[in-house]
Design a binder for this molecule. Structure first.
Ligand SMILES: [Zn+2]
Length: 437
């Protein structure tokens, strides 16, 4: 295995050098690159197979990527699973180590349910695509120059290890090692969630509290649909177990409409319409329902308590959509190429939507950023907070809006602004101190 040898070779500098010496290279362009000890371990082409990567193989691929693309990637762990496996996140951006002030951070989280395996593999292929096309593909170059993309290929590595390839249904591997469903383990806006917080959930909560993500995709399997907030509703018929939830899939509950319903529908459509088949909205089986244009309100499909997407939206100012990518939860590896082809464009186009709407800075009279100012679009009763640089982002459809900005010790301000289709509106807001000097 290429990745195995890379890992071993990176352990000690001596072993790297000994490989570098190897057969005498001729010093022309390509050979010279290989002769350089830093590049010598990368003689073989950088590829990612259409095969499933268990934890060790996935970790090797991520490490190999971060070594090879040091200016485009950063690999970090947000914590550990119950069994001590790292929850790896790979950043892909032209500024992998530092937030670019005024530019959005976005994320994908896959394999939350350990037996929903397609998203996990697609994330490795997405990483591979982004790093290899930077500099040659104009769209990807623009995206990485203007966005930091954080990818968590597996939020439930323990569950994946006990899942079985070819098992399209069932719940073996769905839960974490303590038997908790991680997509029912977040604080809930509508109901009290009494489930004991799990380390994987805790790690994600801490992660999203430290980085202001603007847009996010949560990747699942077992259906083919883009599902948007709210997932829960004040008067939900609860389905507590997977079989019960599956039963509800054939029924339709009442939608639970969020203040940003138009935006969520647009974001979901961006994914489904760029997808090879999702937009057709066909049911996975006669016992399941289909979805018009391949999108649905989460609660309308079936309500759930403690889901990750409502949590991202309500408490973290991050618009998250749940993508169900495959009717079969863990299809045979030979199908992976097909899933990649179906999702490749969607995965990229969706992230670019972070560059829609309004963004800017909230500052005081002296131009200093105001952190944790509350920013709200009138009529959309969800407030987002500014970052330590005073930044804010709101993804909005074209139209005329009013921004309501409020911060302790400052006079509140309302500002009218316009959003157009072609590019985001930049809006800087100065607040005046109410303190008497
Ligand atoms: Zn799932």
């Amino acid at each position: 295995m290429i990745f195995e040898s890379i890992l071993i070779l990176t352990m000690t500098l001596t072993s790297i050098n000994s490989v570098a010496i190897g057969p005498e290279p001729t010093i022309d362009g390509e050979s010279a690159r290989h002769y350089d000890s830093r590049y010598s371990i990368f003689d073989k082409p950088y590829t990612v197979d259409f095969k499933y990567h268990n934890y060790d193989k996935m970790s090797r691929f991520l490490r190999a990527t971060s070594l090879r693309f040091q200016n485009l990637t950063a690999l970090y762990s947000i914590g550990k699973s119950v069994k001590g496996r790292d929850l790896w996140v790979m950043v892909v951006s032209s500024s992998p180590y530092e937030h670019m002030i005024g530019k959005p951070d976005v994320k994908y989280v896959a394999n939350i349910h350990g037996n929903e395996a397609v998203g996990r593999e697609l994330m490795l292929h997405l990483i591979h695509l982004l790093v290899t096309k930077y500099g040659s593909d104009a769209y990807i170059t623009w995206l990485l120059d203007n966005t930091r993309i954080h990818i968590l290929p597996s939020m439930n590595p323990d569950g994946f290890e006990v899942s079985k390839e070819g098992f399209c249904e069932g719940s073996q591997g769905r839960y974490n090692a303590r038997g908790f469903d991680l997509n029912r383990n977040f604080p809930d806006y509508f109901k009290q969630n009494n489930k004991k917080t799990q380390p994987e959930t805790e790690a994600v909560r801490e992660w999203v509290s430290k980085i202001q993500f603007v847009l996010s995709g949560s990747l699942h399997g077992g259906a083919l649909v883009a599902s948007y907030p709210f997932d829960n509703t004040p008067n939900s018929r609860l389905c507590r177990s997977a079989p019960l939830c599956a039963m509800f899939q054939s029924y339709s509950s009442a939608p639970s409409i969020s203040p940003d319903d138009d935006v969520f529908r647009h974001l979901s459509l961006t994914y489904s319409q760029n997808h090879g088949s999702m937009h057709r909205g066909e049911a996975c089986s006669p016992s399941q329902r289909g979805f018009k244009n391949g999108i649905t309100n989460g609660a309308e499909w079936y309500p759930l308590t403690g889901g990750m997407q409502d949590f991202n939206y309500v408490w973290n100012g991050c618009m998250e959509i749940t993508f169900e990518l495959s009717c079969c939860k863990y299809p045979p590896a030979e199908d992976l190429k097909h899933y990649w082809e179906e999702n490749r464009v969607s995965l990229i186009k969706f992230l670019a939507e972070a560059h829609r709407g309004v963004h800017g800075f909230v500052v005081d009279e002296n131009g200093n950023p105001i952190e944790r100012a509350s920013v709200k679009v009138k009529g959309r009763d969800v407030s987002f907070l500014t970052t330590k640089y005073g930044e804010f982002w709101r993804i909005l459809m074209p139209g005329i809006y009013k921004l309501e900005v409020y911060a302790n010790g400052y006079a509140p301000r309302d500002i009218e602004f316009m959003v157009i289709e072609q590019h985001p509106t930049l809006l800087n807001v100065t607040l005046h101190s109410t303190k008497v000097l």
